[in-house]
Structure formats: structure tokens, C-alpha cells
Ligand binder design. Sequence first.
Ligand SMILES: [Zn+2]
Length: 364
Amino acid sequence: MNLHPRPDTFLFSPEHIPERARFPVIDAHNHLWSAWDSIDRVVEVMDQVGVVGYCDLTANVELQWVTGGYAFKATSIDPFFARAVTPHPGRFYGFTTSLFTRPITEPLFDEARAFVEQAIALLEQHVRLGAQGLKILKELGLHYRDAYGRRIACCDERLAPVWQACTRLKIPVLLHQADPYGFFEPVTPANEHYGSLQKYPSWSFVDPRFPRFITLQEEMTRLLANHPDTTFILAHAANFPENLEYVGNLLDRHPNAFIDLSARTDELGRQPHTARQFIIRYQDRIIFGTDMPASVEMYRYHFRFYETTDEYFIHPDYDGTFGRYRWRVHGLGLPDDVLKKLYHQNILRLIPGLRKPFTGRANT
Ligand SMILES: [Zn+2]
């Protein structure tokens, strides 16, 4: 008989925090942000918890924290290969953003055709070097404008050759459109994201100069429909885990769409019955990712969330820390065959080039 409540509540229900993932894991959505000095530490964490592979989605981008959020800077992709891939064979792979990392204060392009040509040339060059996909940041859709100041939607026909190039190069596009639903709603205490939006005011898109949440969803859907031969991985459960029925419908209608579940276990874990059913139903379309700085605690939380039926525990914040949380979550207790698909099988299907290094490391 257990007579000791858990440290953080008077709840007596048991806690099971896995030391390592039950099956080998590929973290298919994360960012090193050119912090090459901390690579060895990331590998130590991965080894400790059973993360075999790690995708740096922004292998050609540097991140700078500024007041109210962060700023990107495009950089060479070479240090990623020299400092992460080569010293740690089979552990890291990268996506490129090609030319799609621009200051939001400047037009994305003056002349669309030249921009698209250069973006494709750089993409091809990065793929030759070993990049495994194209990453599109949320700035496309929210911020980027053309030389006339008009917003460029992801489904803008002028960008179509870029997606066609990805099909030809047999690489997926990891697409981030919109952001959490509440980021588009008024910043008041009634907003579930009030704390985050106060901390990072640039995450609020309530200002009418931004498109509405549903507009961005519609543009993403149009893109999927216009390019059925291109594989798209929609970041953060298509940014609509608040409405899994919607996401399920999207996946039903667009077989070229996959979703990663990164940075949204908070949303999934407050509707554990719906989320479990959803993940089992779409078990061939879901991909594991965290989108949080690597730490033992952070990874163990994710394994606890997917593997156990623990109840009412604390999720990490978007920055991977455990100080602030919005509510408590409930573990999904996924079946083993679904866990394997989530942890590595689905991403290996989308990026066959990872199979050899992966199976070299993991005996599955
Ligand atoms: Zn990300």
C-alpha cells in the first residue's frame, strides 16, 4: 500500500519515468542553431536516453535571441557537416532552408523567378552535400512579402517550382504554417497562451496585419492539393492539435501529408483518449520530434508521455524547461507497434537514406 503522495501533488497514483525509450528513437524535428560547441553534450544526452538519430532542420541557420523572441541568420551549411555529422557518424542529419531564411523586414524576393531559380540551385547543392529535406519556417505565410509588399502565401504559384524540385530530388518538405490557435487570439488572461505571449510578444499574431489562423490552414491545404507528388511533413501536428478531427480530415484527403508531433504533447495530453485514438488511426502518418533543447529530462518526459499511462503530470514548456506549464497531461500508453512507427519506422520510410546509418546503430 502506497502511503506517500507524489512530490508535487497529493495524488498517490504511481509514476513511471522511462530511463530510455522502449525502441530506438529518431528526433525528426529539432534545431542545433549552429551551437557547435554543445554537440558533444547533445550526443551524450542521446546516448543516455536511446535517441539514435537527430535531425537539425535548420542546418544552414544561426539563431540569435533578441527582445521579444528570436531572429534568424542564414549561414553556410558546411559547419553542420564538419562539426556535427562527420565527428558523429550516423547520428545527425540535416534539412536546409535554402534561401527561405530572410530578415522579415526585407522582401523575400524582388523578382520571383530569379529567387526561385537561386533557391533551387542552393537546394540542389545542399542535397548533394547530404541535406535530407527542405524546411520552410512559419515566416512564409506570416511575414514574407514580395517587392510590392504583398504577403506571399505558401501556395503562391510562383513558388511551385521549388516543391517540384523537392519531388524530383526525392526529398520531403517540412512545412511549418500558422502556430498555436491561441497565438491568433487576443492576448488576455482568458487566452490559454497568455503566459507565453507575455514572455514572447512577437509570438502573437492577433494584429490584423497578419493573416487569420484559418487562412493559413486553407493555404496549406491548397499547397497539398496542388502538389500531390510532393511529400510534406506538417510540423506540430499541422499546428491544429487542438482540433484533431480537422487534422484527421486533412490526412484523409491528402495522402502526401504527414505530421510531426513536436512541441504539442501538451495539446495531445489534455485530450488523451482522443489523441490515442487519433495516433493509432493515423499510425502510418505520424513522426516523432521534440523541437526542444536536448536534455535527459526532456526526452524522458516524451517517452513517459507516449509509452506509459501515467496520469496528471507536468509537460515541458516550448523551450524544454519544466518551470512553467499550462496544465498537466496524461500518458497515452501507445501499443508497441505504433510506438515503433512513431519513433523511427515512418521517418525511415520517408527518408530511405537514413536506413543504413540507423540500422547500423539500432538492432530493430
Ligand atoms: Zn522547429
